[in-house]
Design a protein around this ligand. Sequence first.
Ligand SMILES: [Fe+2]
Length: 181
Amino acid sequence: MPLSADSPLYPAITDIVNAAADPDPFDEVKAVLSFYTNRFHSLGRLVHEEEDDELLLHASPNLTIYHITLSPGVQYPPHNHLMDALIGIYRGSETNFIYPATGDEIDTPERQDFVAPAVTHMSPDTIHSVANTGNGRSGALHVYLGDLPGTSRQLWSLADSHAEPFDNDRYMAGARPIQPE
Ligand SMILES: [Fe+2]
């Protein structure tokens, strides 16, 4: 489903693209993302919604932007990005499971809960799994300082601890209900 012509996402995309062209892209993008996270939060609704949880808004050699609306009760498989990631959660909550790794093997994760409005950073070597432990669909902008769709990276099945090449179809198919702890 295309964005509506007056979607509030358009100015956000433009401003984040401009911020990423700054000599200090990390701090600029983080500042702009924080601004839009708060602005969208104040609207009190999702700024866009469709069936899929992920919508790719922009991908270029130095920047990738997704609008993410996680369905409640679903956890996606662990993966890395191999580039800085900035996540701006503007509605609901997102839970991040951060996995320690030895070589390609991942271990028991550390859980981090974020309630909107919140901005968090993941360094390039972070391995994480996202879930929505809230009651309604969450809303967030996920911003990466590189070409995420064009980067060879890794995915881990929730069922075992071994890495395989990241594949978006396998990633989406690997989503499962959050397991009770
Ligand atoms: Fe991720």
